[in-house]
Design a protein around this ligand. Structure first.
Ligand SMILES: Cc1cc2nc3c(=O)[nH]c(=O)nc-3n(C[C@H](O)[C@H](O)[C@H](O)COP(=O)(O)O)c2cc1C
Length: 340
C-alpha cells in the first residue's frame, strides 16, 4: 500500500514537474512554484508525508511531527510557510529576513548544475523586510508544521528589531551567521559578532534559537566553525544548523561567485555533523543540512548526531513528494530519533 503511494508520488514529478520547472530559468521556476503555493491545491496529498507517532521528536523544546525541515531561503517572504508545511514537513524555516526590504544582487543569481543535482546562488538576501514578513506570518494560519524564521543583518540593532517583530509569530529562530560572504581564516570579528548576536537574542526571548554555521573543508575552516559552534553554545544558543552553502567561484552569476547547494555538499555533511556534535559534547541539537536527498541520507545524518535534517535542493530536484519519501523511508527504517 505504502509502496503504491510512493510510486505514484515520485512519477509525476520526473515526468511532468521537473521538465516543466527545468525548462525555465531557475528564478522563473521558483516564481512559478511560489505562485502555485499560493493556490489552495491538496498540498498534503501532493507531499504525501507519512504520519507515524514513531517519527515525532523534539527539537530544543519544539515538538515536531517528524524530523524533516525545510531549509531557509525557499520561502524568503514567509508567505507560503502554511502550504509548504502542509506538504508534510515537521518544520519550515522562513526567510532569511532582514530589517529593511532588500532587492538582492542583479540577475543571474542562481545557476543549476543538473548532473550534480546542485545549484550555486548569489541571491544577496532578497526579502520583503521584517515588517512585511510579520504581516504575512500574522495573516496566515500556523498550519501543521512548526515555523522558524531565519534572521540576518549587518547591524546588531537591526537583528534585534526584526526579532522583536517576528519572535511572537514563530516557534523558533535561526540566525544566519554563515552567509557565503563570511570571511575565512581565523577572524576575531566573526567570533565576537556571533557572541553579541546570540547574547542579544537570548536577552530578549527564551524561544529556541538555532545558529546556522558555514560548512568546512580545510583544517583551518574546521577550526573556525568548531570555534563558532562553541561560542554559540556558550552564549546560550539552543541548537545548530550544519551547514549553509559553500562559497565557490561561478562565472554564470552576475557577481562571479556564490554558495554551492545540493548533492555536491553531501560528502561534507555527515563529517561536519559528527565533528560539531563531538566538539559540543552532544549538548546541542543539530539540524543537518547539505545535499540530503534520501531516507538513507536522513538516517546517516541522525547516526552522525543530528536531531533533524533540513532540505532545499532535494525539493527542487525530486519535487514535493520527497517529503513523503523521506518520512515513509524513515518510518520503515525504525530509526531511533535523538530528540525523543
Ligand atoms: C536559492 C537559494 C537561496 C538560499 N537562501 C538562503 C537564505 O536566505 N538563508 C539561509 O540561511 N540559507 C539559504 N540557502 C541555503 C539553504 O538553506 C541550505 O543551507 C543549502 O541550500 C544546503 O542545503 P541543500 O543541499 O539541501 O540545498 C539558500 C539556498 C539556495 C539554493
Amino acid at each position: 500500500m505504502m509502496g503504491t503511494m510512493a510510486t505514484r508520488r515520485v512519477r509525476w514529478y520526473p515526468a511532468i514537474g521537473r521538465p516543466l520547472f527545468f525548462a525555465l530559468a531557475p528564478e522563473s521556476s521558483h516564481r512559478l512554484a511560489t505562485a502555485l503555493l499560493g493556490v489552495p491545491l491538496p498540498w498534503a496529498r501532493i507531499g504525501g508525508a507519512t504520519t507515524d507517532p514513531a517519527l515525532t521528536t523534539d527539537l530544543g523544546g519544539i515538538a515536531l511531527r517528524n524530523p524533516i525541515g525545510l531549509a531557509a531561503g525557499f520561502d524568503k517572504s514567509c508567505r507560503h510557510l502554511g502550504a509548504l508545511g502542509e506538504l508534510g514537513f515537521g518544520y519550515v524555516v522562513g526567510g532569511t529576513i532582514t530589517r529593511a526590504a532588500r532587492a538582492g544582487n542583479p540577475a543571474p543569481r542562481i545557476a543549476r548544475s543538473r548532473r550534480r543535482r546542485s545549484m550555486v546562488n548569489a541571491m544577496g538576501l532578497p526579502n520583503p523586510g521584517a515588517d512585511a514578513a510579520a504581516a504575512s506570518l500574522r495573516r496566515r494560519a500556523r498550519g501543521p508544521a512548526r515555523r522558524i524564521v531565519s534572521l540576518a543583518d549587518e547591524a546588531l540593532d537591526d537583528v534585534v528589531s526584526s526579532l522583536e517583530l517576528l519572535e511572537p509569530l514563530v516557534d523558533g529562530l535561526e540566525l544566519n551567521a554563515s552567509c557565503p560572504n563570511v570571511s575565512w581564516g581565523r577572524d576575531g570579528d566573526n567570533e565576537s559578532h556571533l557572541r553579541s548576536l546570540v547574547d542579544a537574542v537570548r536577552a530578549r526571548t527564551p524561544k529556541p534559537l538555532f545558529v546556522k554555521l558555514p560548512p568546512f573543508v580545510t583544517d583551518t575552516e574546521r577550526e573556525v566553525v568548531l570555534t563558532l559552534a562553541g561560542i554559540a553554545r556558550d552564549a546560550g544558543a539552543t541548537g545548530l544548523t550544519c551547514s549553509n552553502t559553500r562559497p565557490v567561484a561561478d562565472a554564470r552569476l552576475s557577481v562571479g561567485r556564490g554558495g554551492l547547494s545540493g548533492r555536491a555538499l553531501w560528502p561534507l555533511t555527515t563529517r561536519i555533523v559528527a565533528d560539531v556534535h563531538a566538539a559540543t559534547a552532544g549538548e546541542l541539537p543539530i539540524n543537518a543540512c547539505g545535499g540530503v536527498f534520501t531516507a538513507d541520507d536522513v538516517a546517516t545524518c541522525l547516526e552522525a548526531g543530528a536531531t533533524t535534517v533540513q532540505i532545499y535542493s532535494a525539493l527542487v530536484y525530486e519535487g514535493p513528494g520527497v517529503v513523503g519519501d523521506l518520512t515513509s523511508g524513515l518510518a520503515q527504517r525504525n530509526v531511533v530519533l535523538r530528540g525523543r
